[in-house]
Design a protein. Structure first.
Length: 543
């Protein structure tokens, strides 16, 4: 195995896109930032040099970090932010995972521009670790994102105090806005993926947006999905991909159409309600055939130029079926006792500020000491206000399937809540199943849940309200797709939150404390010697 080493210099630069100036926090001057390319089993060393005005951390999204919670990089959950002018080096290994993950800042909304791919290739020569599909001609990261005018730390401040009224300027593919005008009246660049006819491409697709789940299509082409969140899935062929914030999928595309220009459209599907002014978040890239590589790239006269037909903006069902069709390529049988804390989430009003909750508690990021340090030093009672997130919220709304279909039309009553730091403790090696019941007031928002440090499997999904007796029958305990069933096999403090930006910042989160096991190899080691300290406890906006 190798050691893959990178230096990430984080800075803030002024960029003009769509004829608007934004102050953008970037890594090594680029959006997306550098891709980390490893072979399964490799170690990764990343020196983060923070020259930006914001304290920040880098999270290795989806990396299990076994016995290495210290490197998980979540502001004030696992570590103090790396302050302006300081450095910190992350060290971790990528073991037992293959496919596409990504890295991103985990302080405020900075991840919208501070992100990049983490590509994990199979280790050849070892049985069972080659791609379970034909080797592609090329592998291409595709980041779907959003471009914001407002500074992303300011954006969080506005969300926290309720003055938030911002929308992204446009959606992006690999940082390109496409199809909007710049100051000289020309269109911004489209992302262009050049392909050769007959060849196979592996697209490593990540949704790095804060606000939108996206539908992605390429005109006249199909995707064969082969992995989701760095777990292989049974190959599934579809002409549309649905991808929520935080998720990654690997899809094979064969360039089997007549040479031409085929638009790739990413359509943000936080659909504007018919009666609001929220702009549609959409962008186009291009799949461009190199007609004859020896004679240049020009297409012949009359070559097809195709635009895909996108689903209706108010259609959540295409996405529901897309997820329903995913199953793991390899069985992950789960046996034994399953405990069932139910974790509904929703949005409620607290002194006229709209917040998001889990079990009617709105999570507050601690400001003095990171939870992991408190956990390690046995101080959790100082750091967290509530140690047992209640099992059920006071009110479970009577949502019917029809209410979901009537998308956005069902308005629940508001309920008051409190904003506190909550954790939930688990003994080592407990199999946990979580029921996520959406009680959301804004039915148009999806809730892509992300759990750090563990493999997290979807064993069932449904419309309407969860029914404990009936729904257990539908559990897929054989080959569930990755994404709330998990085993607490990794001691430390692990954040569970909605990856939809607005929701996490407003409190749709909880920290899971996983206790040590009985042996040394199930015990969290001490923190690295150069671990960042909190310089201005209490003053910084914590994430
Ligand atoms: Cu991708 Cu807690 O994050």
């Amino acid at each position: 195995t190798a050691v893959v080493e990178h230096t990430f210099v984080v800075s803030q630069v002024k960029m003009n896109r769509a004829c608007r100036d934004s102050l953008v926090t970037v890594v090594n001057g680029q959006v997306p930032g550098p891709a980390i390319d490893v072979t399964e089993g490799d170690s990764v060393v990343v020196h983060v040099v923070n020259k930006s005005p914001h304290g920040l951390t880098i999270h290795w999204h989806g990396v299990k970090q076994r016995l290495n919670c210290w490197a998980d990089g979540v502001g004030m959950i696992t570590q103090c932010p790396i302050q302006q002018g300081s450095n910190f080096t992350y060290r971790f290994s990528v073991v037992g995972q293959e496919g596409t993950l990504w890295w991103h800042a985990h302080v405020a909304s900075l991840r919208a521009t501070v992100h990049g791919a983490l590509i994990i290739r199979p280790r050849s020569g070892r049985a069972g670790t080659l791609y379970p599909f034909p080797k592609p001609h090329k592998e291409i990261p595709i980041f779907i994102g959003e471009w914001w005018e407002v500074d992303l730390v300011e954006l969080d401040r506005r969300m926290a105090d309720g003055s938030f009224d911002d929308n992204p300027i446009n959606a992006t593919i690999n940082g390109k806005l496409g199809d909007v005008y710049n100051c000289s009246g020309a269109l911004e660049e489209n992302y262009v993926l050049e392909v050769e006819q007959g060849k196979t491409y592996l697209l490593r697709i990540v949704n790095a947006a804060l606000f939108s789940e996206f539908y992605l299509k390429v005109a006249s082409h199909k995707f064969t999905l082969v992995a989701a969140d760095a777990n292989y899935v049974k190959p599934y062929t579809t002409d549309i991909i649905s991808i929520a914030p935080g998720e990654s999928v690997d899809a094979v595309v064969v360039a089997d159409a007549p040479p031409g220009k085929y638009y790739m459209v990413a359509l943000g599907m936080q659909p504007p309600l018919p009666d609001t002014q929220i702009p549609v978040s959409e962008t186009r890239g291009v799949l461009q055939y190199s007609y004859n590589p020896s004679q240049g790239k020009d297409l012949p006269i009359g070559a097809p130029v195709m635009v895909p037909e996108m689903p209706d903006l108010h259609d959540p069902i295409t996405s529901f079926y897309f997820y329903g069709n995913l199953t793991s390529a390899f069985p992950h049988p789960r046996k034994g006792h399953v405990s069932t804390p139910s974790s509904p989430c929703g949005e409620f009003d607290e002194n006229v500020i709209l917040v998001a909750t889990m079990n009617n508690v709105s999570f507050k990021i601690p400001t003095t000491e990171p939870l992991l340090e408190a956990h390690y030093h046995g101080n959790m009672s100082n750091a967290a206000t509530l140690h047992e997130l209640p099992d059920r919220p006071p009110i479970v709304y009577n949502f019917t399937d029809q209410a979901i279909i009537d998308f956005g039309r069902k308005v629940a009553a508001l309920e008051s809540t409190s904003r506190i730091t909550t954790t939930r403790r688990f003994q080592f090696n407990t199999t946990v199943d979580i029921v996520f019941q959406s009680t959301t007031l804004l039915q148009r928002d999806s809730n892509p849940m992300h759990l750090h440090g563990h493999d997290f499997f979807v064993i069932a999904q449904g419309l309407g309200n969860y029914n404990a007796e009936m729904d257990v029958e539908k559990y897929n305990l054989v080959d569930p797709p990755p994404s709330g069933l998990f085993v607490t096999d990794n001691p430390g403090v692990w954040f569970l939150h909605c990856h939809y930006g607005f929701h996490a910042t407003m409190g749709m989160a909880v920290a899971f404390e996983v206790e040590n096991g009985k042996t040394l190899d199930t015990t969290l080691p001490p923190p690295p010697a150069d671990f960042p300290r909190c310089e201005h406890p209490g003053s910084s906006l914590a994430y």
